[in-house]
Design a protein. Sequence first.
Lengths: 622, 111
Amino acid sequence: VKLERQAPTRRWTFSAVPEQVPLIRRAVSDFAREHGVSPETLADVQLAVSEAATNAVLHAFVEREPGTVTVVARASDGMLMVHVIDDGRGMQPRTDSPGLGLGLPTMGQLATRLDVRIPPDGLGTEVRMTFAAPGVRGPGLPEESLDEDRARLVAEVARLAVSTGWPQEGVASLVELLVPAVADICALDVTEAGTMRRLAGLVHRDGRRSRRLAELEPPRPGDDSPLAAALEAGEPWATRLSPELAAQLTGDADGAAWWIVAPLVTEDGLLGVLHCGLSADRGEPGADDLEFLALVAQRAGEGLARAGVVSELRRTRERLAHILDALAEAVTVNDEHGNVVYANAAAVDLLGAESLEELLIAPPGELARRFTITREDGSPVTGTDEFPGHRLMRGLSARPLLTRSVHRETGVDRWLLTKATLLEGPERLAVNIIEDLTEAKDAELRQRFLARMSDVLAGSLEYDQTLRSVADVVVPDLADWCVIDMVEPDGSLRRVAVAHKELDKLRIAEEIERRYPAHSPTSPGMLELLESRGSMLVEDLDDEMLEQDARDAEHLQMLREVGMRSVIAVVMATGERAYGILTLIMAESRRAFDASDQAFAEDVARRAAVALDTARRFSGRA
Amino acid sequence: VESWKPPEPFAVHRSENGEAVRLRLVGELDLASAPGFRDTLFEDLRAGRAVVVDLSELVFIDSQGLRVLLMATEESGANGWELWVRDAFTPIVRRGLELSGVLGLLRTVDE
């Protein structure tokens, strides 16, 4: 009969190392399953046991050899009890390795009852968990030290502390739980940016004094204050109040007779302080009161630790705006409708806007229309739908998009890599990071071009053929048009190569050359240029220049049809002689050349001239 | 009679499908297995790859596993990394994600 009354109990001992955590969980869940615990409850048991075992392994043996974790499981009537006991250094505040604060609150939420204490032998930590487990049979629950009401209160605090709004939503409920159940006065202070801030205060049945308490400056740890004593002890500390101290702590002379200060200490350090004032008729607080408040403080503290991680994430986002403005990368944020709601300084510049306001009031897609946008392979990007931020909004995948964007007005040509991230919140936002890869991309294109040009120059010793090949390599990456004119023995210029990627355009060029041969379509000062052996750059060719250059209305019409935007002309010369002129023209792509393009064109012309020198020597041509 | 199998040993199955790297987790994610997962995950994220974490075959997760996901989410937000978690969980994993509040912070993706 006595055997039947004994609750089925099993005991295991593991070494306190990470690899044992799954085995501890397995042992308990096997036991629980054998005794009829339902799968739902089993999930909670596994989670809670895992947290307890992890705490023991991670925190009990810091700076010492791993000891042991002893686990005891007991099946009782409708209950499963699990004790996780380590022989480590015992509970203490830690300043290193800020935790997630998931451990204890999680356990508190999963277990019907949670009790953290020093084991009877005085070493280490003992976590006692009781789970409601309908279907488990065994004798009734043994007596525990905490009475039912207080156990319920602790569970309630644990639930508050893990709720999402904690601590802002919930501290009021916390003090309401404690007043008048265990105290007549209660206040909660929370550490914020190194200083204490009072979040809640409640005086039993006294709204006026409650408000005063809630607005009172939190006490500082003076030499002999209750707070200093509690902080030094690292656990709840009871002090008999003098009238002066009572006035100081409660803001009112007829305060409490006893004052208990419970520090909220977690792995993250001191996160807050719970104050409880007890009237004289409650008597001197006993060890059980302090033990109970220690549990409350622990639950509240673990919740704060977790809330800290979450609010840190939020703060990070607010700070982000300041950080973003200092970034070299352009950052924009757009909402679901494609409106730009934020842009940093680099983005304003990159998007060719005068000001942030201009960006913000621009209707969706308006900015994109300021640019001619193509992919790396030259295919057009039409509209904003293809951009990663817009794709994310539609639930599509969003790989970084590399584009070549040419500002329609300024002709400024940029390679941009756009990456996007979705921010889920009250409103869905897409954050776009736009990286300017122009320099790297131009260098890559030029390298590729020079390699191809070397092949071309090495491929033929025949003048005209070689130059036609050079022109074909230039188009369309480096220019829309490439024209090469050679110096004839009589000093005149002869056109040997015209390259453009479209045949129709080539026909116009041929027509111009046939009908107005004395004037090249590029510039009137060609012979002068040849004389100088230098190069010239027209960044932005306007219609006025064409008018000056055109012989008649029809000629002007044809020149306009070519649509020249920007021109570089450079003499192909070696030390010995000038061979001709290489002309690069930007037209329909609306790109504009700059000084670096000019320097590159000079390099190309020099290489061509050297090749022509070589060809001349081998062919014996003068 | 309920059919119960011991969980598979923890493993991360990594595959690339052009768009993204997929990390498919099997077994249990806890103090014993979280460091390995963390290293694999951060290696791909740091390399600038879009990562989809698939927990649909994971049969257990506790604060150690949740911590890796939370840290990776935070770092990804700060660095512009692409981290997604497939919106498919076993009941016990979903319970862990919900209890900890981590579920609301993840960028989940339906597949």
